[in-house]
Ligand binder design. Structure first.
Ligand code: SF4
Length: 619
């Protein structure tokens, strides 16, 4: 199909595959939705609001899985590699977007599609082969049960092209583990169980080859914007740390600042931090660097443990591995963390949720709720690296205690009882990432109200952590959290990587983000117009949740964060008591123009944003 789409950066076409009917169709991208919601997360949220009835089973055939790119994605703009997998999540029960980097998204665009909608359920395992215009549904019976890397290898051999890009699930996705991931070559759509949704459709993999390109209205403008942004990246010290050490660049300084979550968040200082810092990682395991498409930040590390019981080859470890399997479980052996990372990828499970489940089990063991009779003889003492690895493997296999933990900590605690919910560190069913909010009120209200619960990509602590704003002041934190929400969601819709935070944010939608979007699309948005789009996107997702029955009461923090002050270190005493959180929520809802009682967008707000169609569902 010739690209006649009105705006630059888009292909103007969506691919739809119905696995129940084995049907493949192509349809125009909606021009009005592109303008109002941009792409990526914004477009997917609008589409799924339209197409998914409320209250469906996330793992039933009615759910739809959308892979969506954005207009900036696939151009030369730096860090424009990202794309998203979106669906109703089996963890949260609401709209979820899982962002991933690498090459799959740009390749989908080069094949001619802004996005792919997968619906229905195949009666047998299949995989999709997208070769530009030609799309096939192929048998995957020989791939079912294979680990993601083996399945990718077989598909590449079958197709006879080492250069194709492949999204694939592991055993966990096949069996519906609610925090199963999708692995896209070496990158992951890691959070919210998108792998389980894919598995519920009997869809093992999607392979794509695209030979086209992305058109922009003025190449020189995009080129000049790219050069300017690359210059900013090259001279920004925060970004340089990412290039040198990857996301673990700040482990040592976070610990020194008293904000390195440790021992299932009992404290935020790790006495044995030296074993797991970015510097230690670089010295002991990192063998090289890998970048996503068109990214000059180059944050991904490639690590090898050549022999011994932790023998492994991984991309990473990222900060979340170091936090989750390291300080949170009090393991200080970087090689063991590499092995944990590898096990998670091989089974196709989210390493944040997995490590937090292991830590929860360790705390239950510490408190006597679990004994060796419950753990299958594993000694779950803090810091026991081999026990951490054994339990991680059991979660992948859903075996013994691992079968319970594979349900997620919220469900596991409901089954176990005995006060174990006090040790779950999650919100909306999603386990917490490695970024504290006890000393940071804007981050606290951002996490509590975030549509994805425990996600550090709906809110960032950076402005409060870095001293750009006074972290101790409560006033104005609802506004700050809202404006951080806005730059994040606009970045996830344009699609550029959040790790360029200092370029695209970090306090509000930055002029660099607006310029990247304008240069690629040919739009002429000013800050207020760009912000308004982001606000519309955020409200759209809130409407989805409200229609599912979510209300203000679901905007919560883990009990530990509200009742247990940080016991030591520079942040000693930090806590967000329930009354403080409720006050912050009032501030946030007031700034957003939402109803204080329900936390839902009001009729006036939805009318102002052009979301009148949702009024009947949420007001
Ligand atoms: S900063 Fe890192 S994760 Fe983000 S696009 Fe670049 S290489 Fe990929």
């Amino acid at each position: 199909m010739a690209n006649t789409f009105k705006y630059g950066g888009y292909k103007g076409q969506m691919l739809r595959v119905n696995l129940t009917k084995q049907g493949i169709s192509k349809e125009p991208l909606r021009e009005d939705w592109a303008r109002d919601f941009v792409g990526g997360v914004g477009y997917s949220a609008r589409l799924l609001y339209e197409e998914l009835p409320a209250k469906i089973d996330p793992l039933g055939p009615e759910n739809k899985l959308v892979f969506m790119t954005g207009p900036v994605n696939g151009t030369m703009i730096p860090a424009a590699s990202r794309s998203c997998a979106c669906a109703k999540s089996p963890l949260t029960g609401s709209f979820f977007h899982s962002i991933f980097g690498g090459y799959f998204g740009p390749e989908l665009k080069f094949a001619g599609y802004d996005g792919l909608i997968v619906e229905g359920k195949s009666d047998k395992p299949v995989y999709l082969w997208i070769d530009d215009d030609r799309v096939e549904i192929r048998s995957a019976e020989h791939l079912w049960g294979k680990n993601p890397f083996k399945a990718q290898e077989i598909i590449r051999k079958e197709i006879g092209d080492e250069g194709i890009h492949v999204a694939v699930i592991g055993e966990a996705g096949e069996h519906g583990t609610p925090y199963a991931i999708i692995l896209l070559d070496i990158r992951a759509a890691g959070r919210g169980g998108m792998g389980a949704v894919m598995g519920s459709k009997n869809l093992k993999a999607i392979a794509v080859r695209g030979t086209g390109s992305v058109s922009v209205p003025n190449v020189l403008r995009v080129y000049n914007t790219t050069m300017r942004l690359n210059e900013l990246i090259a001279t920004n010290p925060a970004v340089k740390g990412l290039s040198d050490y990857g996301t673990p660049r700040n482990v040592a300084s976070m610990n020194a600042a008293g904000i390195l979550p440790t021992r299932n968040w009992q404290t935020e200082v790790f006495a044995k931090v030296d074993g797991i810092t970015g510097e230690t990682m670089k010295e002991k395991v990192v063998k090289g660097h890998r970048a996503c498409f068109a990214c000059s930040i180059n944050c991904t590390k490639y690590s090898v443990v050549p022999s011994g019981r932790y023998k492994s080859i991984i991309n990473g470890p990222d900060y979340e591995t170091i936090y989750g399997f390291g300080s949170i479980c009090e393991v200080d052996d970087i090689q063991a963390l590499c092995k944990a990372d590898e096990i998670c990828d091989e089974y196709g499970i989210d390493l944040i949720s997995t490590s937090m489940a292991v830590a929860w089990a360790m705390e239950c063991y510490e408190k006597g709720i679990f004994t060796k009779a419950d753990t299958g003889g594993i000694d779950l003492t803090w810091g026991n690296a081999d026990a951490m690895l054994e339990l991680t493997e059991k979660i992948g296999k859903r075996e013994g205690l691992g079968a319970l933990l594979a349900k997620g900590t919220r469900e596991a605690a409901k089954i176990v009882g005995k006060g174990s919910e006090r040790f779950t560190i999650e919100n909306k069913g999603v386990e917490w990432p490695g970024h504290t909010c006890r000393p940071f009120p804007a981050a606290a209200v951002g996490y509590a109200t975030g549509p994805r619960g425990g996600s550090h990509h709906d809110i960032r602590p950076t402005p409060e952590k870095s001293g750009m704003v006074d972290r101790k002041v409560l006033e104005g934190k609802g506004a700050l959290a809202s404006e951080i929400n806005h730059w994040l969601i606009l970045a996830d819709s344009a699609l550029v990587c959040h790790l360029g935070e200092s370029i695209w944010g970090p306090m509000k939608v930055n002029e660099n983000l607006v310029e990247a979007l304008n240069a690629v699309t040919g739009w002429n948005l000013d800050y207020q117009q760009a912000r308004k789009i982001a606000e519309r996107q955020w409200n759209m997702i809130r409407c989805f949740a409200a229609r599912e029955g979510f209300t203000r009461k679901d905007d919560r923090l883990p009990i530990r964060f509200m009742e247990e002050p940080v016991p030591e270190g520079p942040m000693k005493g930090s806590v967000i008591p329930k009354e403080t959180l409720e006050r912050l929520k009032d501030d946030y809802f007031t700034y957003r123009g939402w109803d204080l009682k329900t936390g839902n967008p009001t009729k006036e707000k939805l009318t102002e944003l052009g979301l009148e169609f949702a009024i009947k569902d949420v007001c």
